[in-house]
Design a protein around this ligand. Structure first.
Ligand SMILES: Cc1cc2nc3c(=O)[nH]c(=O)nc-3n(C[C@H](O)[C@H](O)[C@H](O)COP(=O)(O)OP(=O)(O)OC[C@H]3O[C@@H](n4cnc5c(N)ncnc54)[C@H](O)[C@@H]3O)c2cc1C
Length: 411
């Protein structure tokens, strides 16, 4: 059996290892579109602040890891899949053609540039690859003027590293005027914004970005910002061009079923590129989180190797360290249209707890500054434990969530 995996991120590497465990004699080829050993994008913020070097970003510490497992590792981008009924072929950018019996697409996504003039100018970068990190690090000297265009999750995870290196950081939120909108209510976003501003970050939530000029200089309708570096973090798009013509169904990512199969025979998908099952809603979404990518990779590999393993869905859970203020977002934190939600806000001490219910089930939550509740909240959501009388008590006082977890867990 020939297994080919396109993409050597968290999903691809875990899939390759799982395949080797499950199919000891199979041929396994893992393909990266980037040079070097497989690495974790999650490590990039720690490279920026010097906490780790590039070796520390490697997914597996040994250079020999893949070779020891008999996994062939190739650093050449895939350009086209030719899908057949019994398997197919894959073209690589150097003209090589590989045969596969089972193919896994684990190519993640790439930053999408906003429709602005000047995003290709010197001094304008994205923050997605090791190569991006190398470019950013050269600019992180005390006093440097860094503009972050975009205020979503990737911007959020990088802010601390930028500020602690002594730069002067400006963050430009999108049209919504709300930072971290994909993981925070307006109340939570404003609290995090106030925290950032109190630590010298210029958070810009009004005005429209018009273009980038040489310098680089960010031109908005309300102001002009001269910078030493502009980091564009405004969104991503799935890496799927090589699937063109195969008939694979693609929406916000490659559509898969509960066994990680795409709509094309013998082709599977996993990780950021795939629309997988969401634990909370049962819907098919792109989660773009490392734990989800790893779970996807494992589940896809088991099914590729002939096991029958349905994916139960992954819980969306974000953890963010915003210059020392830790926030968590779980599951359906927006709440349901007719569901009950409760919030406690302590603006003076930067504390926030929000719990969302479906009947007497906890289905989502946000915490800011309350890391001690994380295990309890996650446990209650994932176990779908009926809260019974505890629901009314938590509606009154969300801080009792640990007590509820302990009592219900032992009941
Ligand atoms: C700066 C940063 C910080 C992050 N921090 C966190 C965090 O704190 N917590 C968290 O849960 N998530 C975090 N993430 C998100 C997390 O990194 C992703 O969810 C995870 O990397 C997804 O893994 P993946 O294997 O699906 O894709 P990726 O890791 O993106 O890997 C994709 C692989 O496919 C390859 N590829 C792409 N196109 C081709 C092609 N045509 N041919 C061959 N190979 C190709 C790439 O080279 C790469 O090897 C962060 C992301 C970034 C950018």
């Amino acid at each position: 059996m020939k297994f080919v995996i396109i993409g050597a991120g968290s999903a691809g590497v875990r899939a390759a290892e799982t395949l080797r465990d499950t199919a000891p004699d199979a041929s396994i080829t893992l393909i990266s579109g980037e040079p070097g050993e497989p690495y974790s994008r999650m490590a990039i913020p720690y490279i920026l602040n010097g906490a780790i070097d590039e070796a520390g970003a490697r997914q597996r510490q040994s250079h020999q890891h893949l070779a020891q497992l008999g996994i062939q590792y190739i650093n050449i981008p895939a350009t086209q899949v030719h899908a057949g009924l019994q398997g197919g072929q894959l073209d690589l950018a150097d003209g090589t053609r590989l045969d596969y019996d089972r193919l896994l697409v684990a190519t993640g996504s790439s930053p999408s540039m906003p429709p602005l003039a000047g995003t290709d100018l010197p001094g304008v970068v994205t923050c997605w690859t090791l190569e991006d990190a190398r470019q950013i690090v050269t600019k992180l000297v005390p006093g440097a003027r860094i503009v972050m265009l975009g205020a979503g999750f990737v911007a959020g995870v990088c802010m601390k590293s930028l500020v602690t290196s002594g730069v002067k950081l400006s963050v430009v939120a999108g049209r919504s005027g709300q930072i971290l909108r994909s993981m925070m209510t307006p109340v939570g976003s404003r609290m995090l914004q106030r925290w950032l501003e109190g630590r010298g970050v210029d958070v810009i939530t009004t005005g429209q970005t018009l273009r980038i000029e040489p310098g680089p200089r960010l031109v908005m309708d309300t102001r002009v910002i001269d910078a030493d570096l502009i980091i564009v973090a405004t969104g991503v798009q799935s890496n799927v061009s090589f699937l063109q013509g195969t008939g694979a169904e693609i929406r916000s990512g490659v559509v898969i079923d509960a066994h990680m199969r795409t709509s094309v025979p013998h082709i599977y998908a996993a990780g950021d590129v795939a629309q997988g099952r969401d634990f909370s809603t049962g819907e098919w979404v792109v989660h773009a989180l490392q734990p989800t990518a790893t779970e996807h990779g494992r589940c896809a590999a088991l099914n590729m190797a002939g096991k029958d393993v349905a994916y139960r869905g992954s819980l969306s859970m974000n953890v963010l360290d915003t210059l020392g203020l830790i926030s968590h977002t779980f599951g359906l934190w927006q709440g349901l249209p007719n569901g009950d939600n409760t919030e406690v806000v302590d603006e003076a001490n930067f504390l926030y707890t929000r719990l969302c219910f479906d009947g007497d089930l906890l289905i989502g939550a946000i915490t800011i500054g309350h890391s001690q509740h994380v295990g309890a909240i996650r446990g209650l959501i994932q176990s779908r434990r009926h809260l019974g009388d505890w629901k009314a008590r938590l509606m009154q006082n969300p801080q009792l969530v640990m007590d509820a977890f302990v009592e219900l867990g032992q009941g």
